[in-house]
Design a protein around this ligand. Sequence first.
Ligand SMILES: CC(C)(COP(=O)(O)OP(=O)(O)OC[C@H]1O[C@@H](n2cnc3c(N)ncnc32)[C@H](O)[C@@H]1OP(=O)(O)O)[C@@H](O)C(=O)NCCC(=O)NCCS
Length: 203
Amino acid sequence: MTESPLISRSIDVDYSSVAIARDGRQIIVRAIRPDDKVIFEDELRHLSPESRYFRFFTPKTELTAKELKYFSELDFVNHVGLIALIQENDTFVAAGTGRYIVCAGNGKGPSAEVAFEVKEEFQNLGIATILLRELTCIASKSGIKQLVAFVLNTNSKMLSVLRKFHWKYQSHGGSAGVITLSKELSNAESGDIRTSSQNHSEG
Ligand SMILES: CC(C)(COP(=O)(O)OP(=O)(O)OC[C@H]1O[C@@H](n2cnc3c(N)ncnc32)[C@H](O)[C@@H]1OP(=O)(O)O)[C@@H](O)C(=O)NCCC(=O)NCCS
């Protein structure tokens, strides 16, 4: 992870916004907190083996204490993460998470890698679309110039989400079947986060 003075703190830890899932349910998006560790453990259990492989590129079944700390204790400068909670009866339950991690740039300015996971039962409701839209706004406002994603070429859902936002194929990665997609950020992406996330999840 590269610390860069060109990147500013993105959001406050008490950040939250509201969006609507494809089935009409309300989604609350908020900043990931240290006490979300239990959510990450639960999330992994609610991913199919294929989804776990798509996310981690290994058949991962549990997270170590170090990984849980890494996923939940964020600085919101170099590592920014959001959690989506979906309405279920009278309460909201964790449905998915998205994050970006600042990485070595390409000479055009700070760059960050995005990653997502949405629990199996809440997939195809537009949650990753909502999270990506919001993370893109946050990254752009924070001075990030490019987002990248490493995706298995068989991961049709993730590719579909990225293509909706006009991400471009960049290259094949080092590992078999992994491709790199990227999105250059401009001021156009830094529109009002709250307004954009209140829209319907269609990209
Ligand atoms: C990839 C993932 C994050 C997408 O989350 P999601 O909340 O279901 O995504 P959305 O609902 O916003 O969008 C899914 C898109 O895939 C499309 N889709 C669903 N099944 C598909 C398939 N078999 N082939 C192609 N596209 C498909 C949906 O139609 C939707 O596109 P649309 O909005 O244009 O209709 C989720 O499937 C997941 O957690 N997968 C496992 C982990 C992973 O792959 N992470 C990404 C690594 S960076």
